[in-house]
Design a protein around this ligand. Structure first.
Ligand SMILES: Cc1ncc(COP(=O)(O)O)c(C=O)c1O
Length: 395
């Protein structure tokens, strides 16, 4: 059969095959990036469903506008306005998960063989989405403050990228948050280019360390630079990924292109999800829910850091995340990530190898461990398995 070039851009990897072994029910998983199974606001959703008006039921079951259910667009716009976003000369489009937002961005900007800049490591969903439009993905390394500016400058000189994709808050997988200085430097460098910045803030509501409240302000709120920025948000971590709901805030001109692209993808985002999200937001339930889950995830982060301190060899290093779901660990020199994963799975736990998040899928000596979907008692047991296995491999 003659498959398209874009589908041949998808690669299967040995790691993915290995991960399929990790579905044993007894395994402690630090691999997923999903909210805790027991944390969903199920009672709120039941209450909302039981109180929908006949008109809301029609809106929920019928086709909707491509750009989104207007009451939800209005609610998101108000919410963003309160947070300082420039909503007056931008428009909100609702997307089927923020992953669709990244696909729309890909479809708008990428022709085959175009270069796009991402961080290295980067969110695997974004890498796959951009690759499906046959982009060449050029990853820029990061340090604890964010993307490395000298590398960014060099790439801007040597390639003609269509856009720069970044996740400044609670990075997936790197766990880090860009410093205020790095954000400023990045905007300064980008301002003389005509290159859009795609700012992914999927975890933006999950700040634990409140002293970073100012630091995490999205780049899109920076009035001097905002027209260059497409901001992507998601309901997945603050409501439920099963609803498949995300959104973008973008300049009017780009919005028109996004709407046309989305039309051919799914005509509209499931209206039932949009009606539920609208009620969840405007009833005040969403804010309460966010305030309830934040300390739970924070506790899991603290438990994981405490267990790592106790069981990991000192040579394993990491940056403490200020929010979000992930810790990114540099393994001791000489510990092979794939071999470690194999042995850890045999012993009853699982993580994701760092190379999975490299645009070129190169091994990098890191692992991503997530604390989001693992209750506290399991965290201690699973981290001990990883720590003990690393120590054995260092002997
Ligand atoms: C950085 C980042 N962006 C976007 C997404 C996609 O989220 P959604 O469920 O809204 O498609 C994820 C999901 O894990 C993510 O980690």
């Amino acid at each position: 059969m003659q498959y398209s070039k874009s589908v041949s851009c998808f690669r299967s990897s040995a790691i993915r095959d290995l991960m399929s072994l990790a579905n044993r029910p007894d395994i402690i998983s630090f691999a997923g990036g999903m909210p805790g199974n027991e944390l969903f606001p199920v009672d709120d959703v039941k209450y909302i469903i039981n109180h929908l008006t006949p008109q809301q039921w029609v809106d929920a079951m019928q086709y909707g506008q491509t750009a989104g259910y207007q009451p939800l667009i209005n609610a998101i716009t108000e919410w963003l306005k309160d947070k300082g976003f420039p909503v007056n000369n931008n428009k909100v489009i609702i997307t089927t998960g923020s992953l669709q937002a990244l696909n729309i961005v890909g479809k708008i900007f990428i022709d085959p063989d175009d270069t796009v800049l991402t961080e290295n490591p980067s969110f695997i969903g974004a890498i796959s989405a951009f690759r499906s439009y046959q982009a060449k993905i050029d990853g820029i390394k990061m340090n604890a403050d964010g993307i490395i500016i000298d590398e960014l400058k060099e790439k801007l000189q040597t390639t003609s990228p269509k856009f720069l994709y970044i996740t400044p808050n609670f990075h997936n997988p790197a766990g880090l948050t860009y410093s205020a200085e790095r954000r400023q430097e990045l905007l300064e460098i980008m301002k003389d280019t005509n290159i859009p910045i795609i700012e992914d803030d999927a975890y933006g509501e999950l700040l634990f360390d409140t002293e970073y409240k100012q630091t995490i302000q999205p780049l899109k709120c920076n009035i001097a630079h905002e027209q260059q920025i497409i901001y992507c948000g998601s309901f997945s971590k603050i409501f439920g990924p099963g609803l498949r709901l995300g959104y973008m805030l973008m300049p009017n001109e780009i919005f028109r292109k996004a709407e046309i692209c989305k039309q051919s993808m799914d005509a509209c985002t499931p209206c039932i999800s949009q009606v539920l999200a609208h009620q969840f937001m405007t009833s005040g339930k969403m804010q309460k829910y966010i305030e309830w889950i934040r300390p739970i995830y924070q506790q899991r982060r603290d438990d994981m850091l405490a267990a790592m301190k106790q069981y990991f060899p000192q040579e394993a290093t990491y940056v403490r995340p200020h929010g979000g779901f992930y810790i990114w660990v540099k393994m001791p020199n000489g510990v092979d990530e794939t071999e470690l994963l194999k042995r850890v799975i045999d012993a009853g736990a699982v993580f994701v190898t760092g190379g999975t998040f490299d645009p070129e899928e190169r091994s990098n000596g890191y692992m991503r461990i997530s604390y989001c979907n693992t209750p506290t008692d399991q965290i201690d047991i699973g981290i001990k398995i990883i720590g003990d296995t690393m120590k054995q491999m260092m002997k």
